[in-house]
Design a protein around this ligand. Structure first.
Ligand SMILES: C[S@@+](CC[C@H](N)C(=O)[O-])C[C@H]1O[C@@H](n2cnc3c(N)ncnc32)[C@H](O)[C@@H]1O
Length: 248
């Protein structure tokens, strides 16, 4: 998946979310932060703006995303790797943040435990995941239309952290302390159904993979069903995350 395709699909939501999520984590001048699962750098940008590039590190297992974040922020220490085995020493950061990543981790508890390990005592570990289970995520109209067409299709509601309270449970299992939960909501404008639909055809994430697996008639039917579920254009889509903030 290219960084451009990601930006057109999820970046429209994750860029404004990063503003809120960075504020939620309360970084202060002089602190060091790690962006886990940085993608093309939506949250990295917010951390750089608040702390300076030299105080921010980022990591992602996707080579194109690592390259895109390195190009965007040459002074940020951008590594290749997963949350479950972070290549950083103990207690090296004041904050370790994962925006829209826990649900893609192979082992979410191990990933959160690693985030705690690299964060100093008293620092902040924070994570957020779309409310896919409560129909409050950015893709809820899409997955509703998919289930109308194919009740057996797998949506993203069962993923780690995507249902109310589950991120808190994962943090508890990872041994985090002082866990607080909230929801963060962004509102994204779309000019037309095509403006909304086009990014789904770029093969990004589980939704893009689902579209890519349909023949042309299936794609046309799914687009029509989505159009019937969406508000009249131009419209806005509100999307909410379950978010947690905790101490290592
Ligand atoms: C939905 S994107 C979020 C990217 C970015 N944080 C943002 O908000 O735009 C999910 C990211 O998690 C990364 N990812 C997948 N598995 C991961 C893992 N085990 N550890 C860390 N990141 C992972 C993906 O490569 C992808 O960049």
């Amino acid at each position: 998946m290219t960084a451009d395709a990601y930006a057109a699909f999820m970046g429209r939501f994750s860029e404004p979310l990063a503003v809120q999520f960075a504020e939620y984590a309360e970084p202060r001048a002089g602190q060091r932060a790690l962006d886990v699962g940085c993608g093309p750098g939506a949250l990295t940008a917010q951390l750089v703006a608040r702390l300076g590039a030299g105080s921010v590190a980022a990591i992602d297992p996707s080579a194109p995303f690592v390259a895109a974040t390195r190009e965007r922020f040459p002074e940020v220490d951008v590594r290749s790797g997963g949350a479950e085995d972070l290549p950083f020493p103990d207690d090296g950061f004041d904050l370790a943040l994962a925006q829209l990543v826990v649900h893609f981790m192979t082992d979410p508890v191990a990933g959160l435990r690693e985030m705690a390990r690299v964060t100093r005592p008293g620092g902040v570990v924070a994570a957020c995941v779309w409310d896919h289970a409560g129909d409050g995520g950015p893709l809820s109209s899409f997955w509703r239309a998919v289930s109308e067409m194919d009740p057996d299709a797998h949506d993203e509601s069962g993923l780690a952290g995507a249902r109310e309270g589950h991120l808190v449970e994962l943090c508890e299992e990872a041994g985090l302390q002082d866990i607080e939960a909230t929801t963060l909501t962004v509102t994204v404008p779309f000019t037309s159904v095509d403006d909304w639909w086009e990014p789904f055809t770029m093969g990004v994430g589980p939704a893009g993979a689902h579209v890519a697996g349909l023949d042309q008639a299936g794609k046309d039917e799914l687009r029509d069903r989505c159009a019937r579920l969406l508000p009249a254009a131009p419209f806005e889509i509100a999307a909410s995350t379950w978010s947690v903030r905790a101490r290592p």
